[in-house]
Design a binder for this molecule. Structure first.
Ligand code: ARG
Ligand code: ZN
Length: 467
């Protein structure tokens, strides 16, 4: 039975009043199928995410040959329906789909831009766990962002560099591409012998037969799709452990080993220092992937394996490692809050610099790339807590974001500030947060009304002069 509007409301009322044995049309126990929403409504990336289900696990099996650039993949998604579904979408911009099943049954599908529209038969009931198996073959695309940088599936001279923030995952992974829907992941990648595949989480097996090597990477902790990577190519691999016992796996392009040595050597110390300030490292493994991808030009905090498109400085390494707490474990619910990722990672780097004998956080705050910028600079004309998709990875969420935290520290004092940032990482571990949540947490820990403070730093344009 199908109802709409007032008729539906009336039927629901009647049905809840009726006894269970009187299964009237519209009884809440009877399925009412509809299509899952094609978007989760983020204004920065309106195609991202889909409604009607929640993904629990992605199992991605693929073969890739850097010589042909052909990916031959089968992804199995395990999800739970959150409504009765007669149709739902995934996000996918990858190559041709050769087969698609929901459970054991082939399902009709069509592609409309990033939307992969699937019609499951039998239909799915709310609460039901189901699988979607998508087979696809071809060359995944490079995605261009609003700020003109590239991501997705980026071929290098010896493999592929795979960054996914904010919208690159659907280049190669049919997914619910929203940081609001985290899941666990398994990658099983087969490549020509000699090529190394580095994914998130732990390497649980590596086997070679007939000149092909299969790497299996498992992520046991929940991860947002944009943090997934399966970067592959020629790498020099090294493994070590932090003083606190976290395994560290690094993969470095052989041409960058010398230049990267300083930053790589500091990984255990940086993780140890951040654990002391922010609480325990949130994942069961750590590491880094340092590759040569000159057209990318940025680094990304891919979960447990931050990726660098060139040899990083120690500061860049610290930035990406700080994101493991702020951004990866504690996730954004909407992209306009990006300062919660970038401001925290930037401020963490200021703290590391001071801790390791460089400039103090106060000196960095005062510098000419921060508070020392002239009041007339265009820097002050972008709103920290809503920079827009073109400036979300520009200076403002990073530097004004970090300045906001330093100013907050001055306002509420060191004891309250350091308790706040540690509690934030602990209480929201693997969770989703907003700027409003942070404001409440800061008010709670300090006992102060901070509305005007955050207004000046986060929501208003112009150089703050008093706060
Ligand atoms: N979150 C990354 C970092 O600062 C930057 C990602 C930039 N991505 C982009 N598409 N511009 O660590
Ligand atoms: Zn960052």
């Amino acid at each position: 039975a199908r109802f709409g509007g007032a008729a539906l409301a009336a039927a629901l009322l009647t049905a809840t009043q009726a006894t269970a044995s009187l299964a009237a049309p519209g009884n809440p126990g009877e399925p009412r199928y509809s299509a899952g929403a094609p978007s989760l409504g983020d204004p920065y990336f309106p195609d991202q995410g889909n409604g009607g289900f929640d993904v629990r696990h992605y199992d991605v099996t693929f073969a890739y040959d850097p010589a042909t650039k052909i990916m031959d993949a089968t992804t199995v998604i395990t999800a739970v329906a959150t409504q009765d579904l007669d149709r739902f979408d995934l996000d996918f911009r990858g190559p041709e789909i050769t087969s698609l099943k929901v459970g054991k049954h082939p399902a009709a599908f069509r592609r409309d831009g990033q939307e992969l529209v699937i019609t499951p038969r039998p239909k799915l009931k709310a609460g039901e766990t189901f699988t979607v198996t998508v087979a696809y073959k071809g060359t995944p695309p490079v995605i261009t962002d609003p700020d003109e940088s590239i991501e997705g599936w980026v071929p290098t001279d010896d493999g592929v560099f795979v960054p996914g923030e904010p919208q690159g995952a659907p280049a190669w992974l049919p997914s619910n591409d929203s940081p609001k829907d985290k899941a666990t992941f398994t990658f099983r990648a087969t490549v020509p012998e000699g090529v190394t595949v580095v994914g998130n989480g732990r390497l649980t097996s590596k086997t070679t037969t007939n000149a092909k090597t299969t790497f299996v990477w498992e992520s046991a902790e929940p991860m947002a799709t944009y943090l997934a990577t399966v970067t592959l190519g020629n790498f020099v691999v090294a493994e070590t452990t932090t003083p606190g016992g976290v395994p560290v796996y690094t993969a470095v392009d052989p041409r960058l080993v010398t230049q990267s040595a300083g930053a790589v050597a500091r990984i255990p110390d940086i993780l140890e220092y951040f654990s002391s300030v922010f609480g325990p490292y949130p994942f069961d493994t750590a590491g880094a992937i340092i590759d040569r991808a000159p057209d990318v030009g940025y680094a990304l905090e891919s979960q447990t394996k931050p990726i660098f498109s060139s040899a990083p400085s120690v500061g860049t390494m610290a930035h990406e490692l700080a994101h493991q707490w702020y951004g990866d474990s504690v996730s954004l619910g909407r992209w306009s809050d990006i300062w919660l990722n970038e401001g925290f990672a930037t401020y963490a780097t200021w703290l590391w610099t001071e801790h390791s004998g460089g400039a103090t956080a106060q000196q960095t705050f005062n510098s000419s790339s921060n508070y020392g910028r002239a009041a007339t600079s265009s820097f002050w004309q972008i709103v920290t807590a809503d920079p827009g998709p073109e400036d979300m990875f520009g200076n403002v969420p990073y530097n004004r974001g970090a300045m906001t935290l330093h100013a907050l520290r001055g306002k509420i004092g060191d004891t309250a500030f350091f308790r706040l940032v540690k509690d934030w990482a602990t209480e929201h571990r693997y969770g989703t947060v907003s700027t409003a949540d942070f404001v409440s947490a800061a008010e709670k820990v300090s006992g102060l009304d901070l509305k005007a403070f955050f207004d000046v730093w986060l929501h208003q344009k112009g150089k703050p002069t008093s706060w």
